[in-house]
Design a protein around this ligand. Structure first.
Ligand code: ZN
Ligand code: ZN
Length: 290
């Protein structure tokens, strides 16, 4: 009696969604049942001897067809982590013993890895280490804090990651926090680090409401450009917030995502000009009306 398609599918799903014929055989899936499952559309054959559940993403399919697994920024994006620049191509982690296989529409970015994970995706630790080498410190740090925030990495994984990356960049792991609220916060904290400026996010200020960031004691930094910020009354509301904040002894700077992303030097200069004048520090208790 062949296995029904549902059973074959669940065996493949248990193996991570992508499995080799011998792994499926070890789970009790005989070749005939496998063929039926492919015919019924619950499994797809990605390449010789490798099968995937029908819901496997196009990115994972491409990585496996290429001869590897989903890695680097593509793996990070698939996990729903914060990223600064979306990957335009599929990033593939290839085992050193592997060989590239031709497939339709291949523009894959390849990372050679000592070993690759099961189920068609690299481990998150491997993927994060690949991001550091591929996209640099900022993309790595933002993804790392996102993984920590979602508790997709634990202390053991962090220690493995720290050991994996070059010694000169391990401070990035030490500097990362478990409670970042957004990728923007991670990016700002990383960029402001050389200046030694403390940054708090999502701060509730009496009379003003919740602001994006407070630098030091009393310099409010608001970053516009989020979809829910757009509206005809936005300008007036912003002015009210700034005026009320000023009345409470705060100083405000307002930027948008494009400025932070593409014109950081001018944003940094504006912040530092305030900081140099001590406008981010206050001897009075911040937030108390005069
Ligand atoms: Zn490819
Ligand atoms: Zn990459």
């Amino acid at each position: 009696m062949p296995l029904d398609a549902f059973t074959v599918h669940s065996h493949c799903a248990d193996l991570g969604g992508v499995a080799r014929t011998h792994e499926l055989a070890a789970a009790g899936v005989d070749p005939y049942s496998l063929r039926l499952a492919v015919r019924d559309g619950v499994l797809v054959r990605l390449r010789e001897g490798v099968y995937a559940t029908a819901e496997t993403s196009e990115a994972v399919r491409a990585a496996v067809r290429h001869g590897g697994v989903l890695g680097c920024l593509s793996r990070v994006a698939a996990a729903g982590l914060w990223i600064l620049v979306e990957p335009a191509a599929v990033h593939v982690a290839m085992p050193r013993t592997g060989r590239r296989r031709g497939h339709d529409g291949c523009d894959c970015v390849v990372h050679w890895a000592p070993a690759v994970g099961r189920g068609g995706t690299a481990s998150l630790v491997d993927a994060l280490a690949q991001v550091l080498g591929c996209r640099g410190e900022e993309e790595f740090f933002v993804a790392l804090e996102s993984a920590m925030r979602k508790r997709l990495v634990r202390r053991g994984a962090l220690a493995r990651l720290r050991a994996r990356i070059p010694a000169g960049r391990r401070w990035l792991v030490d500097f990362a926090r478990w409670d970042a609220d957004s990728g923007l916060e991670s990016l700002l904290r990383l960029r402001l680090r050389p200046n030694g400026i403390a940054l708090a996010s999502q701060v509730e200020i009496p009379g003003v409401g919740r602001v994006d960031f407070v630098l030091g004691d009393r310099l409010i930094l608001e970053v516009d450009g989020k979809p829910n910020h757009i509206g005809p009354s936005k300008r007036h509301k912003d002015l009210v917030r700034d005026v009320v904040a000023a009345a409470h002894g705060f100083d405000s700077l307002r930027f948008d995502y494009a400025l932070v992303g593409h014109d950081w030097p001018i944003v940094e200069a504006a912040i530092l000009a305030k900081v140099e004048r001590g406008l981010h520090l206050d001897r009075r208790v911040a937030g108390r009306p005069r």
